[in-house]
Design a binder for this molecule. Structure first.
Ligand code: P53
Length: 488
C-alpha cells in the first residue's frame, strides 16, 4: 500500500487573527491631555491628495493639525471597541503613543496617567476577547527628541527607545503578547522624502542638504533603530518568554516593467535597497549588497562590533508587513548601478487601476508578497495593514454603500487564502488598515477613509464624531464568522 500522500489541504488556521489596525496618533486625539507631550505627528498640518503635509517647527497657532483631536478615540474607545467586537474581531493592532509614556522622551520616569490609559484600553479589548497587537514606534517620536538630539541620527536615541520599550513590556506583560518595534522601518529608504524621514526617524533635514548627506543620515538612523529594536527584543523575551516580537515593514513586491536584464536587475537592486532592514531584523546581520553599497558611496555609519553582536542576539519572532500595492520599475531613467533615488526608477504599471490617491490596486501582489517573504525569511508572517483609502458618500438614511471597499478587500483576502491554502504560507493573521475612519498618515485627511466604521468628521475638522456602520461592516463580520470562507 502506498503511504499517505499529502494533498493540498491547508486551511485557514482556526486561531487566525482576523481584525483591524490603527495607530495612536491617527485616532486618539487628546494630544496634550493627561500629561502627553508633543510628538512629530502633532506638528504635521493637513494636506490633500495633491498637497503634501507641512511639518512645522512646533505648533503654530491658526494652523490645522488634524492629529490633535483626530477621532477622539481617547474618550470613545469603549464604544469603538464594542463595535469592533460586534464584527467579531480577534485582534486589534494599535500603537502606544511614546509621548503619553515619556512626554519629552528623555525623562527617567514614565507618566503614570499615560500608562493607565493603555491598561484600560487593553482591558477593554480582553473583555471582548480581542487580542491587542502593539507597535511601539508608529510615527510618534517625541518632538523634544527631534529638536534636542536630531532624532535617530543620535546614538542616545537607542537608550531612550529601549527605556520606553522596557517600561511597556513590564507594565503590559500579561496583557499584550504580540509586539512590533518600528512601523514600516524600511520606508525611509526613500531618503529624500522629508515626511518619511521625519515620521520614521525623527530627522528634520536642513535646507540645502545634498542627497548624499540625506542618504548617509538614513543609513545611520536605520542602524541605530535596528540596534534599538534588537535590544528591545532581547529585553522583551527576558520579561516574558512568551512574547512574540516582530519587525514591521511596508512590503511592495518589485517587478520589472519589461523583461530586459536592466529592468530585472534594477528590480533586484530596488528590493535590496528596501529589504535590508528586515534582513537585519530576521538574520541579525547586514546583507553583503548593503555593506558594499555603503562602502562604495563613502558613507561611514557608526556600526560597532558590539552592535553586530546585539543584532545577532535580538532577532525577531515574526515578520509583520503592510501591503497596499506593488512597485514596477524601469531602467529608462536610471541604470541598476546608478540607483540611489528610488523614485527615479518607479514606472506606472499599465495593467493596474489606481485609487483616487494614485495607489495601484493589485490583489495578486499580496499573494506574491506572501510567497516572497516566506521564501526569504522562513518566519511566520502577519499582514498588519491592507485596505483601500476612498471617499465615502453618506446616504440620507446614514448608510454608506462602500461596495468598492468590499471588492478591494474580497479580492485581497481571496489571494491571501490561496497563499495559505495552496502555497502553505505560515500566516498569523490579517488586519485591515484603518478599520475605523481615522486621520491619514500621508495626507492628514479624514476624507481618505479606510474604515468599516464611519466617523462623522471631514478634512476641515467639522462633524459630530458620530460613529456608524458602513456596508463593509456587515460584510467583514460574515468573513470573520466563516473564518474567511464567506466572501460574498
Ligand atoms: P495613508 C507610505 C507608504 C505606504 C504606507 O497610508 C504608508 C505610508 C505613509 O503614508 O503608511 C502606512 O494614511 C502607515 C499608516 C498609514 C497607512 O499606511 O497615507 O503604517 O500609518 O495610515 C495608509 O493613506
Amino acid at each position: 500500500m502506498w503511504g499517505f500522500i499529502h494533498m493540498y489541504s491547508a486551511k485557514m488556521p482556526k486561531n487566525f487573527l482576523w481584525g483591524g489596525a490603527v495607530a495612536a496618533h491617527q485616532l486618539e486625539g487628546a494630544w496634550n491631555e493627561d500629561g502627553k507631550g508633543m510628538s512629530v505627528a502633532d506638528v504635521m498640518t493637513v494636506g490633500s491628495a495633491t498637497k503634501p503635509r507641512e511639518i512645522t517647527d512646533g505648533v503654530i497657532p491658526g494652523k490645522n493639525y488634524p492629529n490633535h483631536s483626530a477621532i477622539d478615540f481617547y474618550h470613545h474607545y469603549k464604544e469603538d471597541i464594542k463595535l469592533m467586537a460586534e464584527m467579531g474581531f480577534k485582534a486589534l493592532r494599535t500603537s502606544i503613543a511614546w509621548t503619553r509614556i515619556f512626554p519629552k522622551g528623555d525623562e527617567k520616569e514614565p507618566n503614570e496617567a499615560g500608562l493607565k490609559f493603555y491598561d484600560d484600553l487593553f482591558d477593554t479589548c480582553h473583555q471582548y476577547g480581542i487580542e491587542p497587537v502593539i507597535t511601539l514606534s508608529h510615527f510618534e517620536i517625541p518632538f523634544h527628541l527631534i529638536k534636542e538630539y536630531g532624532g535617530f541620527t543620535n546614538r542616545k536615541m537607542i537608550d531612550f527607545f529601549v527605556r520606553f520599550a522596557t517600561v511597556c513590556f513590564k507594565r503590559y506583560k500579561n496583557k499584550v503578547k504580540y509586539w512590533m518595534t518600528f512601523n514600516e522601518i524600511n520606508n525611509q529608504t526613500s531618503f529624500n522624502n522629508d515626511f518619511l524621514m521625519a515620521t520614521n526617524s525623527g530627522i528634520l533635514f536642513k535646507d540645502g542638504m545634498t542627497d548624499e548627506e540625506k542618504e548617509a543620515a538614513m543609513y545611520q538612523a536605520g542602524h541605530y533603530e535596528l540596534v534599538a529594536s534588537a535590544l528591545a527584543v532581547k529585553v522583551g523575551h527576558k520579561i516574558n518568554p512568551n512574547f512574540k516580537i516582530g519587525c514591521m515593514i511596508n512590503y511592495s513586491p518589485v517587478r520589472p516593467l519589461t523583461p530586459s536584464s536592466d529592468d530585472v536587475l534594477l528590480a533586484d537592486k530596488f528590493e535590496q535597497r528596501r529589504d535590508w532592514f528586515s534582513d537585519v531584523h530576521v538574520f541579525g546581520e547586514y546583507p553583503n549588497a548593503v555593506e558594499v553599497y555603503i562602502e562604495r558611496n563613502g558613507y561611514r555609519p557608526d556600526i560597532t562590533d558590539e552592535d553586530r553582536i546585539v543584532l545577532k542576539e535580538g532577532t525577531v519572532d515574526y515578520v509583520a508587513f503592510s501591503y497596499y500595492q506593488t512597485t514596477t520599475v524601469s531602467s529608462e531613467k536610471v541604470k541598476p548601478d546608478d540607483l540611489t533615488d528610488l523614485a527615479q526608477a518607479i514606472a506606472k504599471n499599465p495593467t493596474l487601476k489606481r485609487s483616487d490617491w494614485g495607489w495601484e490596486i493589485d490583489p495578486e501582489g499580496l499573494r506574491i508578497a506572501l510567497n516572497q517573504l516566506q521564501d526569504r525569511y522562513h518566519k511566520p508572517l502577519f499582514i498588519v495593514e491592507n485596505g483601500l483609502g476612498a471617499y465615502d458618500k453618506v446616504e440620507a438614511d446614514g448608510s454608506v454603500h462602500d461596495d468598492y471597499r468590499i471588492d478591494y478587500l474580497r479580492n485581497h483576502i481571496s489571494e491571501m487564502e490561496k497563499a495559505v491554502e495552496l502555497d502553505g504560507v505560515d500566516l498569523m493573521g490579517y488586519l485591515t488598515w484603518g478599520c475605523i475612519d481615522l486621520v491619514s498618515a500621508g495626507t492628514g485627511q479624514m476624507d481618505k477613509r479606510y474604515g468599516f466604521i464611519y466617523v462623522d468628521k471631514n478634512d476641515a475638522g467639522e462633524g459630530t464624531l458620530g460613529r456608524s456602520r458602513k456596508d463593509s461592516f456587515f460584510w467583514y463580520k460574515k468573513v470573520i464568522q466563516s473564518n474567511g470562507k464567506d466572501l460574498n
